[in-house]
Design a protein around this ligand. Structure first.
Ligand SMILES: [Zn+2]
Length: 181
């Protein structure tokens, strides 16, 4: 093969490769429709593993939003004394703060995992239901150990984040009923 013909063959091969690349990349765009919320549990102290467990529960139950460990999103802090087992600074948001209070988690009678799942539920868009104390709902508070969101709770989160491409404005969220915190 002459040098010229070799170069022509090489260019031909490169052109085929270049044409083939975009086609193989068209499978990826679907993933960009999943909203990612980063959470930083570096100040969650002894609740760090519980936070990861709660994240797994939500991530297993919904596909339109995904909680991923990282900075720039939701910061999580465990402190000693507060007015509720936990607080979330916003509802349906990608940036904010969650606080957990040891004294209130102990006295609430709820499992720590349920409390953590509950606060992430606020971040993921859920408010308290009217039937406070219903153990089947993680947003209902109560002296419960169930940490698995109900089918309706999961569906509401799924709906909220489906197709949501821009960060919604944070809404203030205060806990006034400690039983439902
Ligand atoms: Zn709450």
């Amino acid at each position: 093969m002459s040098r010229t013909r070799f170069l022509a063959a090489l260019l031909g091969a490169l052109t085929l490769f270049a044409l083939a690349t975009p086609a193989s990349a068209t499978a990826a765009p679907q993933q960009t429709l999943v909203r990612t919320i980063y959470y930083d549990s570096s100040r969650a102290a002894e609740l760090t593993a519980t936070v990861d467990q709660a994240v797994q529960i939500w991530n297993a139950g919904v596909t339109s939003v995904k909680l991923v460990r990282g900075t720039g999103g939701i910061t999580i802090t465990t402190a000693q004394n507060g007015s509720a087992p936990g607080t979330a600074s916003c509802v349906g948001c990608t940036r904010g703060q969650i606080y957990f209070y040891r004294n209130q988690i102990t006295s609430s009678g709820a499992s720590a995992l349920r409390v953590v799942v509950h606060e992430f539920g606020h971040i993921l868009s859920l408010n308290h239901p009217s039937d406070i104390g219903n153990c089947a709902k993680v947003m209902a508070g109560g002296r419960c150990t169930n940490a698995q969101p109900s089918t309706a709770e999961l569906a509401a989160v799924q709906r909220f984040w489906t197709g949501r491409v821009a960060a919604p404005a944070p809404a203030p969220h205060e806990h006034t009923v400690s039983a439902a915190a």
